[in-house]
Design a protein around this ligand. Structure first.
Ligand SMILES: N[C@@H](CCC(=O)N[C@@H](CS)C(=O)NCC(=O)O)C(=O)O
Length: 200
């Protein structure tokens, strides 16, 4: 398998997942500005959306969208128990993946864009704060998003919360979220993936 990534971007989540599952894979870095890969080719030939992550499977098929790739990886490595296998617990985990994707991950996107007008930035940050306050209430009662069990939802949450610092927002404003991120960061898979992406 081949994971197309940009350092520190949302592609960090599947990268951590693959390390967590001890799967074999190659990494291909995509340049944010040019959308080109190390070899010089245009990444849009792999993923026409131009976004990372993309996961190329052994048969050449390409999967995109973080929650979908995370589900694929969890199912590839069932023994690693990265997501509940089925039933209501699986749906609860998917609720978290979807919430992180649509309400947190995508709340960050306009904040990073240099073209976003100033009068959008403060409401955008306020919306993000509201979403994080919801997660904070949950994590003040549970060690992980799925309760006592670590899952890839935690990995995705960790990945997007790393971006708070880029927005001059302190994760310490959400103490339970802060503790959660610190706990996830301690996992060898997380340290390995961060290291390979040249991130702290
Ligand atoms: N819905 C997509 C979003 C992916 C996304 O926004 N990726 C960002 C990095 S976090 C990206 O590739 N940005 C580059 C761009 O938009 O050109 C997914 O879940 O994979």
């Amino acid at each position: 398998m081949k994971l197309y990534f940009m350092p520190g971007a949302c592609s960090l989540a599947p990268h951590i997942a693959m390390c967590e599952a001890a799967l074999e894979f190659d990494l291909v870095e995509v340049d944010y500005q040019t959308c080109r890969m190390d070899c010089g080719s245009d990444y849009r030939a792999i993923n026409p959306k131009g976004t990372v992550p993309a996961l190329q499977l052994a048969d050449g098929e390409v999967l995109t969208e973080v929650p979908v790739i995370l589900q694929f990886l969890a199912d590839e490595a069932l023994d690693a128990e990265l997501l509940p296998a089925s039933g209501l617990r699986r749906l609860r985990a998917l609720e978290w993946l979807n919430f992180i994707a649509t309400e947190i991950h995508k709340s960050f996107s306009p904040l990073f864009r240099p073209t976003t007008p100033d009068d959008f930035l403060q409401p955008g940050k306020a919306q993000l704060r509201g979403r994080l306050a919801f997660v904070e209430r949950h994590l003040s009662r549970h060690a992980y998003l799925m309760g006592d069990d670590f899952s890839l939802a935690d990995v995705y949450l960790f990945t997007v919360c790393r971006w708070l610092v880029d927005q001059n927002m302190s994760i310490a404003d959400w103490p339970a979220l802060h503790r959660h991120s610190a706990r996830i960061r301690l996992r060898p898979s997380v340290r390995k993936a961060l290291d390979r992406e040249g991130c702290t």
